[in-house]
Write a protein that binds this ligand. Structure first.
Ligand code: SF4
Length: 336
């Protein structure tokens, strides 16, 4: 399958008064053409920092990509000039954020904002961009399921509901036919019914455009609906990656299992939900062994000493856990 993005051993850190926060610690994954890869994990696990690194939107300073590479069409995005990144953003790789109002200018009509997007990436005059925007905007608003596009283009963002605003933001992100779309918690601010509609929209758009999507979310319900593959992040690292089926039916990392047990389900009473006890480690001084060790019910002596290497369970499914590594046997002294 064609790789759209290849991330290799990415490290990102933030300088603060308290020291260096190691927000992303050696993340590697590929994004294939036409797939949706969900990155899941608790707040602060590094999933948003990873996605912002692809767009080079990490505020610098205090943030900094310290090592690793992000390959897109053979070029390493970590090494490109800001000018080249501006050309790529929106045109080749687009991003959608949680709150549509942060992406929309409340003082400009929606049609003008779409025209601006086109002008930024195509070397044409304002007048030509306006004409082109009209044509393109009809097409895009239709694609994202907004009726009466002609009238709607003359309206301001506050005249739309939250769900429709998010549809407009998606339309703006797709206006230049990007090959990769990064959606950071795109449905978190929406109610459940609208959320379902937006997720349907993502699937529909992907079928029509073959765009590759990186979906950042903490919501496993969202993942179950749209992801082809899932990367589970914990304390700045990917601890397990596999197809949706691998992760939901045969999860192997204790953290993934814990996440799945803590999700409300129709067949379970609230009292049967099991939250993961404890909290993630301090990323000012991350442990050299497994970061999940203090919360893991299966922790072994080796876990605190060495970080587990990746074990390939099958072609699609990899996990970082000593339980899956037969070399751990010689160290096993289970603490229970
Ligand atoms: Fe638990 Fe050890 Fe696996 Fe970490 S490596 S998740 S501590 S068993």
């Amino acid at each position: 399958m064609e790789k759209m993005i290849e991330i290799k051993n990415l490290h990102v850190q933030f300088s603060t008064y308290g020291g260096q926060v190691q927000a992303v610690r050696g993340v590697s994954f590929d994004l294939h053409k036409g797939e949706t890869l969900a990155i899941v994990g608790e707040s602060g696990c590094g999933k948003s920092v990873t996605s912002q690194s692809i767009m080079r939107l990490i505020p610098t300073p205090p943030g900094r990509i310290t090592s690793g590479s992000i390959l897109f069409k053979g070029q390493d995005l970590t090494k490109l000039s800001e000018k080249k990144m501006r050309d790529i953003r929106g045109a080749d790789i687009s991003m959608i954020f949680q709150d549509p109002m942060t992406a929309l200018n409340p003082t400009l009509r929606v049609g003008e904002q779409i025209a601006e997007n086109i002008m930024q990436h195509e070397n044409i005059s304002k007048e030509k961009a306006k004409e082109k925007a009209k044509e393109k905007a009809f097409e895009m608003l239709e694609l994202v399921g907004i009726p009466n596009p002609k009238e709607r283009l003359k309206q301001y963002p506050h005249e739309f509901s939250g769900g429709t605003r998010q549809r407009i933001v998606i339309a703006m992100a797709l206006i230049c036919n990007p090959e990769v779309l990064i959606a950071d918690e795109p449905t978190t601010a929406l109610d459940v019914t609208i959320q379902a509609q937006i997720l349907e929209l993502f699937k529909d758009i992907q079928q029509k455009t073959d765009v590759s999507i990186v979906l950042i979310t903490h919501d496993l319900g969202v993942v179950a609906q749209v992801a082809d593959r899932v990367a589970v992040m914990y304390a700045g690292k990917i601890v397990e990656i596999g197809t949706r089926r691998d992760i939901f039916y045969t999860p192997q990392h204790p953290y993934t299992k814990g996440l799945l047990r803590s999700v409300p389900r129709l067949d379970l009473y609230e009292s049967e939900l099991v939250p993961i006890a404890g909290s993630p480690p301090d990323l000012f001084a991350p442990p050299s062994g497994c970061s999940f060790a203090p919360r893991c019910p299966y922790v072994m002596e080796v876990c605190d000493r060495m970080y587990p290497v990746s074990t390939k369970l099958k072609e699609s499914h990899q996990v970082h856990c000593w339980l899956q590594d037969e070399r751990a046997q010689k160290f096993v002294t289970t603490i229970s």
